[in-house]
Design a protein around this ligand. Sequence first.
Ligand SMILES: CC(C)(COP(=O)(O)OP(=O)(O)OC[C@H]1O[C@@H](n2cnc3c(N)ncnc32)[C@H](O)[C@@H]1OP(=O)(O)O)[C@@H](O)C(=O)NCCC(=O)NCCS
Length: 140
Amino acid sequence: MATDLPGFLAEEDGALVGLLLYHMGARGFEVVVLLSLQERAGVATHLLAQAEQVARGAGCRRLWLVTTNDHLSAIAFYQARGWRQVAIRRGAVAEARRLKPEIPEFGKNGLSKEDEIEFELALGDPPPNHGIQPTAFGHG
Ligand SMILES: CC(C)(COP(=O)(O)OP(=O)(O)OC[C@H]1O[C@@H](n2cnc3c(N)ncnc32)[C@H](O)[C@@H]1OP(=O)(O)O)[C@@H](O)C(=O)NCCC(=O)NCCS
């Protein structure tokens, strides 16, 4: 369940203004939940910067997440922060709704919620010989 996941809180003057929950696995650092309660004030940017720091520290090659086609502000936000769309799974939400009818048919803005979009932030290749000590030859 999402609430068992590790994450970070953003607070301002003791009040909660944002939340990020993540999962680190074989596919990299997944941002499972990102929520800003004080929009367009840099809260989500700050949380993602913390996430990137943890991901880099853990040796992850990428951060990734899945959102849906109706989350227009999230789509604009990730692209503005340098994330790229790497997959669109057409009809994936409609498919999930067959098993979970409680998934709403429309987003807050009235758009039909149908497709999943995967975004990623690549963290670049590790340096050459990362973690490998060169072998010394020819001594003596
Ligand atoms: C998407 C979300 C996380 C962004 O959080 P935020 O704290 O407002 O983001 P920041 O203040 O760090 O960054 C804002 C930047 O994102 C982009 N952005 C955010 N909302 C936007 C919108 N509606 N239209 C265009 N650009 C937008 C802009 O580049 C904006 O910078 P600007 O205000 O200088 O133009 C927030 O809107 C949110 O919590 N939405 C509801 C939950 C959600 O959709 N979560 C993600 C699901 S995967």
